[in-house]
Design a protein around this ligand. Structure first.
Ligand SMILES: Cc1cc2nc3c(=O)[nH]c(=O)nc-3n(C[C@H](O)[C@H](O)[C@H](O)COP(=O)(O)OP(=O)(O)OC[C@H]3O[C@@H](n4cnc5c(N)ncnc54)[C@H](O)[C@@H]3O)c2cc1C
Length: 579
């Protein structure tokens, strides 16, 4: 059993930022960073477009706050948003001092670009590989601190909780199959999102909602799980993201008639600034919904990978594409054999991000003392019903740092060490993994088949549009899949890099997360942001200006409750976007 002061689960942007914050402010604390992949392989590396923070003259933090709140369809907590916009510029400057190569203007100042739903240009970027550079910077900075011990390629299967306090985690060292506890007086979950619950997603294979399920199974509530973001421009078949930066630089969305169809919808940006008036820069929820309407009108293009519209960058020219969007060109050439300098890019909406996650306060504290969460796994909430693009990367930094500091304070003050009950839990977990999973050979069902059915079930009932009938059917189907999962086979009993075992553990977590998404979507009888109910098409502030909180009841089923939204200075209004 390895013992530390704080255990950070996750080596992506949020996890590394939390760990560095602890090392810098509490140098005596010993911190574990446990990650199921080598940290640089975390999903943060694939972020492309940029990170929002007010820096330009003529822009204000209040405007950034307003854009975020109205973009969230007034479901964001305004105290959280105010803290976020105030701290984001300092965080982006800090990573610049640590070496992040932000793109610059010709006069040497930090360059900013437009982004969807933002009234002003405030998105910092490092060409179109922002996340890669950001994660590299954080990773290299983390190497400076000897008190950070890494557990790379360790898969966390359970949180250790006793007497309503967290005491660490149990994990499998994937290279050997060794099952060990990594204990600590505080745990920070930074395990990212759960896009792989859906069949068509921009998310990497590892984004299976493990941390959301770990917290949920340990008794911590999840918040706003029904709010699932679709990004309007994914490549058909692979789901690879074509960043919003392509539209920010002036790209157009065209239907099958070559017509910029967004002019028919209330989707433009709320902005009087001419450079940002492009309707392609509307918020993601509305752009994805517009695609569905175009499809219903028969104005999308049919392909073997489903209906698409076209993203047109041809008028931008080679120089802009190669300097500002080189990765977009590379992805199109490599995965579609299309050169965007001369050809149209086929795109369709694709699951991209989870607004919901583990319920936390402004310092990342969850419902369980000692347990913190930050990054995409968490719901603070600054994103409400719809996240604005480029707010997530600064969120990792701002709230990763805050959660790290709070966990460090908690660990410094907490004296007790884990007792007998924790040893029993570790032994139980070891038995479960060895007996139920590594030795399970008799079932007939395959993990991959159940996973595929789960993904299609959730897409059909909790996609861009939902209704009561499909959600009820989806909840029933998920129950059946859970029963079948209990009898599924794992043929590989090898202990070295047993990817089938990991897939089974991930599927178990995804089934938990999927159930919470459906339960929350069914209870919310209104349409707001990314949650669109065809049977309840209007926003209903009287009943639902509130966060959903879902916990697991004694029979193992999700139970949904509500928590009022925190309003400070911006009363709920209409999301009216001019053209
Ligand atoms: C293609 C793409 C492009 C994006 N572009 C942008 C953008 O331009 N701007 C923006 O603001 N946002 C963007 N986003 C969103 C943003 O990148 C993510 O929300 C963010 O990077 C998530 O960071 P994280 O630290 O929370 O999690 P991640 O970076 O996903 O890291 C999760 C970590 O948790 C670990 N982990 C998970 N489960 C376990 C387990 N069971 N045991 C041990 N370790 C575990 C993983 O190993 C990993 O290290 C983009 C997202 C995608 C998918």
């Amino acid at each position: 059993m390895a013992d530390h002061d704080v255990v950070v689960v996750g080596g992506g942007g949020a996890g590394l930022r939390a760990a560095i914050a602890i090392a810098q402010t509490h140098p005596r604390l010993n911190v574990a960073i446990v990650s199921k992949v080598y940290p640089m392989r975390s999903h943060t590396a694939s972020a492309e477009g940029g990170a929002a923070a007010v820096i330009a003259t003529g822009d204000t933090q209040d405007e950034h706050a307003y854009d975020t709140i109205s973009g969230s369809d007034w479901l964001a907590d305004q105290d959280a948003v105010e803290a976020f916009v105030a701290e984001a510029p300092r965080e982006l400057r800090t990573v610049e001092h640590w070496g992040c190569p932000w793109s610059r203007r010709s006069d040497g100042e930090i360059a900013v670009r437009a982004f969807g739903g933002m009234q002003k240009m405030r998105t910092w970027f490092a060409a179109d590989k922002t996340g890669f550079h950001l994660l590299h910077t954080l990773f290299q900075t983390s190497l400076r601190y000897e008190q950070l011990t890494r557990y790379d390629e360790w898969y966390v299967t359970r949180l250790l909780v006793d007497e309503n306090r967290v005491h660490g985690v149990v994990g499998i060292e994937l290279a050997t199959g060794r099952i060990e506890a990594v204990t600590g007086r505080a745990v920070v979950l930074c395990t990212g999102g759960c896009g792989r619950v859906y069949p068509f997603t921009t998310n990497g294979n590892i984004k299976t909602g493990d941390g959301m399920a770990l917290a949920y199974l340990a008794g911590a509530p999840l918040k706003d799980m029904e709010f699932v973001q679709y990004h309007p421009t994914g490549l058909p078949f692979t789901g690879i993201l074509i960043t919003e930066a392509a539209r920010a630089e002036g790209g157009w969305l065209l239907n099958k008639d070559g017509y910029r169809y967004l002019q028919d919808y209330d989707l433009g940006t709320p902005c009087p600034t001419p450079v940002l008036r492009s309707m392609e820069l509307g918020p993601r929820d509305r752009l994805s919904q517009a695609f569905v309407h175009e499809q219903r009108k028969g104005r999308t293009v049919d392909t073997r990978y489903g209906p698409v519209v076209h993203l047109d960058l041809r008028h931008l020219g080679t120089a802009v594409i190669d300097s500002k969007l080189p990765f977009v060109r590379e992805l199109c050439l490599r995965y579609e054999r299309i050169d965007p300098v001369h050809e149209l890019i086929p795109v369709r909406p694709v699951q991209h991000y989870m607004m919901g996650g583990v319920h936390t306060d402004l310092d990342g504290a969850t419902g369980i003392p000692g347990l913190y969460a930050a990054g995409e796994v968490a719901c603070v909430s600054i994103n409400g019903a719809n996240r604005l693009g480029s707010n997530s990367l600064p969120e990792l930094l701002v709230f990763g740092r805050r959660a790290g500091l709070a966990a460090a304070e908690f660990a410094s003050a907490a004296a007790t060490r884990p007792g007998r009950a924790i040893e029993t839990q570790v032994a139980d977990e070891r038995r479960r993994l060895e007996r139920d999973l590594l030795a399970r050979r008799d079932g007939r069902e395959r993990i991959a088949d159940i996973r595929t059915e789960m993904q299609h079930t959730i897409q059909d009932c909790a996609g861009i549009y939902r209704d009561s009938e499909s959600l009820v059917a989806g909840a029933d189907k998920l129950q059946q899949l859970r029963e079948r999962f209990g009898k599924a086979t794992i043929e590989d009993t090898c202990r070295t890099f047993n990817t089938e075992l990991v897939a089974a553990l991930e599927l178990g977590f995804m089934l938990d997360v999927a159930e919470t998404i459906v339960a929350c979507a069914l209870r919310r009888e209104e349409s707001r942001g990314a949650h669109q109910r065809t049977d309840f098409p209007d926003r209903d502030d009287a009943r639902f200006l509130a966060h959903s909180l879902v916990v697991r009841d004694s029979s193992g089923l999700p139970r949904v409750d509500y928590l009022p939204v925190t309003l400070t200075r911006w009363p709920p209004g209409e999301r009216i976007y001019g053209r």
